[in-house]
Design a protein around this ligand. Structure first.
Ligand code: DGJ
Length: 709
């Protein structure tokens, strides 16, 4: 990684492995993007680009390659920043003021040419990863209030003259991360959410662009980016066509539809980061880059163990067996069974609080229900610990049921409008977490709960979206403050309890995003644990997120599954569970000895493979989106071993003419040996492949290959 500044050319270059990013100050003092893509050789390589951009503000040539678009004259693309100054003026002229290079970070300060408003653009690099993060810090030095009508994280410009295909991931509850692709013609495609929070339940704040849709999993250039934000976002992908050129750009950040941010005199607003990356060999390599970034740069570290690189414990979770219908006897009876099958972490899901035997009560009153649990939470925690397991519980801190002591005491604590009915979803209302006092209260009860119950693990859930948030609240920036305070709580938990494992759950995958990832050790991928559907879900999920985080209440799911009542053999369910952070949701109190032994064997096999599976890249060799089967290759990051997963369902005779499945990402010169004794070089595995005999329904197969000396 190298960040340089050439004072003669006023040129900034960020060289990040196989990606280079460059921009310069033009004759008018404005920042103009010059390059994002494969590396350049020298500053001289920029000379043509520089002369192209030399004249700008007078409307000639290129006025729309702004590095942080502010509505420069004759630039009609979506701006990254819009303001209202105290005197009502709404135009900006941001010019270069200074810059600072501090090892891996470049900060460029821009200032308005008239009003005392400053914008610091921050560029962070991550060793040699072809990826940078961008954010902006906007400071109001005017004597009165400035309204940020829009304060996006960044604008990025794509190579010119190209027809682009946009890829993003979207879906709904139980059907998250569906890959969606569209051609970007002249105009704008806007990916945005306005639910207040849990954006990823609908659209993951991510985009990828490839030229004319020509890139594949293995080939072609992919330009991609993602917001590190869990709240409402906006990603504007735009192509402007003029007589001279087709020019595409992306401007992304907090959604200005649900937020206007007031900045008092002297105040600053820091945007979330937008990561921007470049793959020179397809979407599969894009995933490798995103994985390296997660493993080595953003996942929480812990104190005793390096949590980012450590394996995730096998969980036994009480949700699927009994949902809310739990009591002390059942929970204690589970403990020896969970231990027997090899679970390492015992989790009590929803239903443990006072009156919480259904979804109508209990949220807000974070005390154990003494009627159903006469000896308290600590008693169950101690029993789990005595059995040699870790212990965790479920909470939903942002919510309250109207039938709760908390709501009766503080009806003013919820998000609402004075003259509107408070709409319920799952019989619950949302606490106004934009308020610092409510945030402090939350931190206080969470701290006590974690300490008193000796928790090793906390599953943070969030099960509804906002309503009745009117403009008066938007004006006071509630949407942004809400997310900042959620982040503040997670940060606090990480700092105060560095080895506590935190699961990020929002009705399944509602918060599967890079905003939550720096604080979370596990992500609920989806409430849909039906392993046939998981073939689809996991493709999208594993494109973006490391699989060791992929959880859920029981990804070794009960059968029939509660989402679609499908009955699936245990072996298939177990193999599916191995592809993520394993959690068992089978009702062990109803399992016979054969099932318990089968689970025990499966968990034990998983534990042997786990260090490699959870430190692996995932290659999607055959897609369930295109076939009635799915083949995944988990390759340990040091390339010393890989595990092949194959799942098939609903195979026809026609499907039996299967291709050989060519592996990826291996050391071509190494010899790999499989569990069944086959030996092949990496070159042969990649160039000739492996044949699989998949058939019928519920076919599943795993095989591990290791390098021999
Ligand atoms: C939704 C979560 O995704 C489930 O795993 C479970 O925790 C329920 N909420 C509990 O209410």
């Amino acid at each position: 990684m190298k960040i340089t500044f050439n004072p003669d050319l006023k040129l900034f270059r960020l060289a990040c492995g196989e990606m280079e990013y460059g921009f310069a100050v033009n004759n008018d003092g404005q920042l103009m993007n010059l390059h994002w893509g494969a590396p350049m050789l020298s500053d001289r390589d920029y000379s043509l680009l520089l002369s192209d951009r030399a004249v700008m503000a007078n409307g000639s040539r290129d006025c729309n390659s702004g590095e942080y678009r502010f509505g420069a004259p004759f630039d009609y693309a979506a701006p990254a920043i819009r303001v209202r100054f105290p005197d009502g003026a709404e135009t900006l002229r941001l010019v270069y003021k200074s810059h600072e290079i501090d090892e891996d970070t470049l900060t460029v300060t821009l200032a308005d040419s008239f009003y005392p408003l400053e914008v610091r653009l921050v560029y962070k690099t991550f060793a040699d990863l072809p990826l940078i993060s961008r954010s902006a810090v906007i400071t109001n030095n005017c004597s009165g209030e400035v309204i940020l009508r829009s304060a996006m994280s960044a604008t990025v410009q794509l190579p010119r003259g190209v027809e682009w295909r946009l890829t993003h991931y979207a879906g709904e509850w139980g059907a998250e991360y569906e890959r969606q692709q569209s051609r970007l013609g002249q105009g704008r495609i806007v990916l945005e959410t306005s639910y207040l929070t849990d954006a990823a339940a609908h659209i993951v704040p991510f985009f990828a662009l490839d030229e004319e849709g020509r890139s594949t999993e293995t080939d072609g250039e992919v330009y991609f980016g993602a917001l590190q934000y869990s709240g409402d976002f906006k990603i504007i992908v735009e192509s402007q066509h003029t007589q001279l050129l087709k020019r595409a750009s992306v401007t992304a950040g907090v959604n200005d539809f649900t937020s206007e941010i007031p900045l008092a005199s002297g105040e600053s607003f820091e945007t979330p980061s937008l990561i921007v990356g470049f793959s020179n060999s397809g979407f599969g390599h894009m995933s490798e880059i995103l994985y390296d970034w997660q493993f080595d740069h953003i996942l929480p570290r812990g104190k005793k163990t390096d949590k980012a690189h450590a394996v995730r414990p096998v969980i036994y979770n009480t949700w699927y067996p009994y949902e809310f219908d739990i009591d002390e006897k059942k929970l204690i009876d589970f403990i020896p069974k969970a231990k027997y099958i090899g679970a390492e972490l015992y989790v009590i899901d929803d239903g443990w609080m006072k009156g919480r035997s259904n979804d109508k009560r209990g949220l807000g009153d974070w005390f154990i229900d003494e009627e159903r649990f006469p000896h308290g939470l600590r008693y169950i925690s101690d029993k789990a610990h005595e059995a040699g397991m870790m212990f965790g519980i479920w909470v939903e801190p942002e919510m309250v049921n109207p039938d709760s002591d908390l709501y009766r005491a503080h009806p003013d604590w919820v998000l609402s409008e004075p003259n509107r009915e408070r709409s319920l979803m799952r019989t619950q209302l949302i606490l106004d977490m934009s308020r610092d006092d409510i945030t402090d209260w939350t931190i206080d009860w969470l701290d006590r709960l974690i300490e008193d119950a000796k928790l090793d693990y906390l599953k943070w859930d969030m099960n509804r979206e906002a309503s009745e948030i009117g403009l008066y609240q938007l004006e006071r920036g509630v949407a942004v403050k809400y997310m900042k305070n959620i982040e503040r709580i997670w940060k606090h938990l990480n700092e105060k309890f560095p080895d506590l494992l935190l699961e990020n759950c929002a009705s399944g995958g509602g918060r599967a995003d890079y905003g939550m990832l720096p604080y979370a050790d596990r992500v609920n991928r989806s409430d849909n644990a039906d392993p046939i559907d998981v073939m689809l879900l996991h493709e999208g999920y594993s494109t973006l997120f490391v699989p060791k985080l992929a959880g859920g209440a029981g990804n070794v799911s009960p059968s029939p599954n509660y989402v679609n009542r499908r009955v699936v053999p245990l072996e298939y369910r177990v193999n599916s569970g191995m592809t993520g952070s394993m959690s068992v949701g089978v009702n062990l109190l109803k399992s016979d000895q054969t099932e318990l032994d089968a689970l025990r064997d499966a968990v034990s096999r998983f534990k042997q493979l786990r260090p490699a599976l959870q430190d692996a890249y995932v290659y999607r060799i055959a897609s369930a989106n295109e076939h009635p089967y799915s083949v995944l290759q988990y390759t340990k990051r040091d390339r010393s071993q890989f595990t092949l997963f194959a799942f098939a369902h609903g195979m026809h005779q026609w499907d039996k003419q299967l291709p050989r499945f060519r592996m990826r990402g291996l050391d071509p010169n190494a010899v790999y040996v499989s569990e069944s004794g086959n030996r092949l070089s990496g070159a042969a595995l990649m160039n000739s492949g492996i044949s699989l005999n998949m058939f019928g329904d519920y076919y599943s197969h795993t095989e591990t290959w290791r390098v021999i000396d």
